[in-house]
Design a protein around this ligand. Structure first.
Ligand SMILES: [Fe+2]
Length: 363
């Protein structure tokens, strides 16, 4: 469990953190003002800012430019400031920087005993990458997402400072919020059941349900802070419980150039409805809804997902997705990969080709 610094000026909690050479890896949209705030919050000899060299999903090849800069600079502290793509890619940068002989084919990452300290500042509300033991690399040739697991990937400190999200565009914030909801919902009904994690899930969903509309209309500090906290709780749920079929489908939709969160928002409701055909799973969804103050069980959950998806304004993606459905149905690799997906193994019902096809068909 990392240290959480949260609330107004959370960044200033770094004042006494020992840091000599700091590399800040970030996405394209980090403003000069926020860069200055990071710089003045840390006491260090030198800080450099490295804009990530990879696109949407980190890939082995596209990490190389950023890695070269890290190797030249030799930081003792690495920051990842961004959404899931930045944070996941930075986990791998740090791994290759400290262990250049690392062979990703070995799949065993438990030996990574890092000496570089790692701090994450999420700029979205939902990826959960900041609290995840997984780092993800996209393998373009095999159209597969590779998951590398080590608890050492989890940052030492997570900074939830509302200033890093208040100016972000609606489409990013609300689509990642749907991803956070998916971590809660899929984790809650996962085969890996844990009553402590259930409490995190219920609280996370309650915070999202109570704050998303206020945040949409007025973007208050308080609503931003509550949603950032909810996203970390949702990430904890995902990290412990392993998610389900919505993630199995969304990971495959990367090969059609849909972002993770947009893909999740297109399939999540259909996955919930399909899983809810099983009465035991339906009861769990209903328990989650009522414990989070959401009326009408599965319908209420799906209404919340729909409303937040609409706020994410991804209508173009939805239309493109629908026009691609026929092609996807004929893509055998899509379904065989989705069945093997390690990130979907928690789904309460077995993941078969026909199961996935029925979900897509219902969409
Ligand atoms: Fe996700």
């Amino acid at each position: 469990m990392p240290t959480l610094l949260f609330g107004k000026n959370a960044l200033n909690g770094l004042k006494n953190f020992p840091a000599s050479r700091v590399a800040v890896v970030h996405g394209a949209s980090l403003s000069e003002d926020l860069k200055d705030k990071i710089k003045s919050a840390i006491s260090s000899f030198e800080v450099i800012f490295i804009e990530k060299s990879w696109g949407g999903e980190p890939e082995l090849n596209t990490l190389k430019d950023s890695l070269r800069r890290i190797e030249l600079f030799k930081p003792d502290v690495i920051f990842a400031v961004g959404g899931g793509s930045v944070i996941d890619g930075t986990k791998m940068l740090r791994a290759f920087y400290e262990f250049p002989y690392l062979n990703v084919q070995t799949r065993n990452f438990n030996m990574l005993n890092f000496s570089t300290r790692f701090i994450a500042i999420p700029t979205t509300i939902g990826s959960g990458a900041e609290i995840s033991s997984a780092s993800v690399l996209y393998d373009r040739e095999q159209k597969l997402k590779d998951f590398f697991i080590s608890h050492s990937f989890i940052p030492e400190i997570i900074i939830l400072d509302p200033r890093f999200i208040l100016d972000a565009p609606d489409d990013i914030l609300f689509s990642t919020m749907v991803d956070a909801i998916s971590h809660v919902v899929e984790g809650y009904v996962s085969l890996l059941d844990n009553p402590v994690v259930d409490i995190y899930a219920e609280k996370a969903l309650q915070l999202i349900a109570e704050n998303w509309e206020v945040f949409k209309t007025t973007r208050t500090f308080e609503s931003a802070q509550n949603l950032q906290f909810a996203a970390v709780l949702a990430g904890l749920v995902q990290n412990h419980c392993i998610v389900g079929a919505a993630h199995g489908l969304a990971h495959q939709l990367s090969s059609y150039d849909f972002s993770h969160s947009s893909a999740i928002s297109m399939v999540l409701k259909a996955v919930i409805s399909k899983n809810a055909e099983n009465p035991n799973v339906k009861r769990k969804y209903e328990k989650l809804a009522s414990a989070s103050g959401i009326m009408d069980g599965v319908d209420g959950l799906n209404k919340l997902i729909e409303a937040v998806s609409v706020a994410s304004n991804n209508q173009k993606d939805r239309e493109r997705f629908k026009s691609l459905l026929n092609t996807i149905f004929k893509n055998d690799v899509f379904f065989s990969n989705a069945m093997k997906d390690k990130g979907a193994k928690g789904n309460p019902l077995p993941l078969s080709e026909s199961f996935y096809k029925e979900i897509l068909y219902s969409i």
